[in-house]
Design a binder for this molecule. Structure first.
Ligand SMILES: NC(=O)c1ccc[n+]([C@@H]2O[C@H](COP(=O)([O-])OP(=O)(O)OC[C@H]3O[C@@H](n4cnc5c(N)ncnc54)[C@H](OP(=O)(O)O)[C@@H]3O)[C@@H](O)[C@H]2O)c1
Length: 314
């Protein structure tokens, strides 16, 4: 795709998303580009046609000690045009901190909230514990519905999906999803994608962990299932691997100014990926990550170049 076509597409995305970025930034070529002055990248959820920004916020295992940071991150993400937050019943204080922050900032309506069920066992017992888990999540998140509810690590999926379909019909959830973050579960994930009416999957994928691109992402495209990507930084191991290495000059061609943006642009440039959900507990990190949801995406040739550059390190 030409640069012009990418910009045209991104401009439509930008307008469709109703982003906070001023439209004048499109025309003001004299000003240096800042993340917020570049177009916001949004992606389509195939089952509905709804668009969401391509970088969100992961919130694994937050504790009370990061209450202020999380509130500041959510506020800042919204200012920058981002809206997806991924959490889970099993993530320590995360749901409660997010619920408090959204209520205090008055941001609930602007956020695409995704959480996950904890189910104990299969069959009726699994269903009952899943229902309890969901009720507790809604209470902690201070909301009557979530945009996306996911079966955490596919545990209890057979018992939970019929329940989730009822909740979807009742308007308590917008979309149904299942998650994994382990290659050892990828075959189970493929089976679930073929067996259930899923709107979303969530899977581990990064420039250093490309297994999902072999089987899972192609099937997601084929079955029109949206994809959230977890562990885009390999739980921060990618930063350790990149330490001391310079970014290539050509990273500027896709508006990349940091390693975090390099890693995230790689992930969200895959046609099957709807949104990456990097975890961060610092506003500076969040701003860096949100910048990856602005500007040009990598085409197939650029993605290969990124892989080759990354692989050369070892
Ligand atoms: N099975 C599942 O469903 C499953 C499993 C795992 C994760 N997840 C979801 O996926 C999300 C992402 O995974 P993750 O948080 O474990 O790992 P990750 O996103 O790969 O990495 C997070 C780490 O990267 C650091 N970081 C973030 N932005 C940075 C930046 N711009 N520069 C330097 N360091 C940066 C963070 O540090 P700071 O905290 O200091 O900012 C944190 O240590 C989770 O939060 C969770 O929502 C789901």
């Amino acid at each position: 795709m030409s640069r012009r076509a990418v910009l045209a597409l991104s401009r439509r995305d930008f307008i469709a998303a109703g982003a906070v970025v001023g439209a004048g930034a499109w025309l003001g070529a004299a000003e240096p580009a800042t993340p917020a002055s570049l177009p916001l990248v949004t992606k389509v959820i195939p089952s509905s046609g709804e668009r969401i920004p391509a970088v969100g916020l992961g919130t694994d295992a937050l504790r009370e000690g990061v209450r202020d940071e999380i509130r500041a991150e959510i506020k800042r993400m919204s200012e920058l045009g981002g809206k997806v937050i991924d959490t889970a019943a099993a993530y320590g204080d995360s749901e409660a901190l997010i619920g408090d922050a959204l209520a205090a900032e008055g941001l609930r309506e602007r956020i695409f909230l995704a959480t996950k069920l904890v189910a104990d066992g299969a069959g009726e017992r699994g269903g009952a514990s899943g229902a309890e888990s969901f009720a507790r999540s809604l209470e902690r998140l201070k909301t009557s519905r979530v945009e996306l509810l996911q079966v955490h690590n596919l545990r209890g999926v057979a018992a939970l999906i019929p329940l989730m379909q009822q909740w979807k019909q009742a308007g308590k959830i917008g979309y149904i999803g299942v998650t994994t973050s382990r290659g050892s579960q990828h075959s189970e994930m493929l089976e679930a994608m073929r067996s259930y009416p899923l709107d979303f999957i969530q899977v581990d994928y990064s420039i250093a962990n490309r297994d999902a691109a072999e089987a899972i992402l192609p099937l997601a495209l084929e079955r029109r299932i949206a994809v959230l990507v977890n562990l885009p930084f390999g739980r921060s191991s990618l930063f350790r691997e990149a330490a001391g290495r310079a970014l290539p000059d050509w990273a500027a061609d896709i508006d990349v100014k940091s390693w975090a943006q390099f890693f995230l642009k790689y992930v969200i440039s895959h046609p099957a990926v709807t949104c990456a959900i990097p975890g961060s507990t610092q506003v500076g990190h969040l701003e860096d990550n949100q910048a990856a949801a602005h500007g040009r995406l990598a085409d197939a040739a650029m993605r290969r170049r990124m892989e080759e550059y990354w692989d050369r390190k070892s």
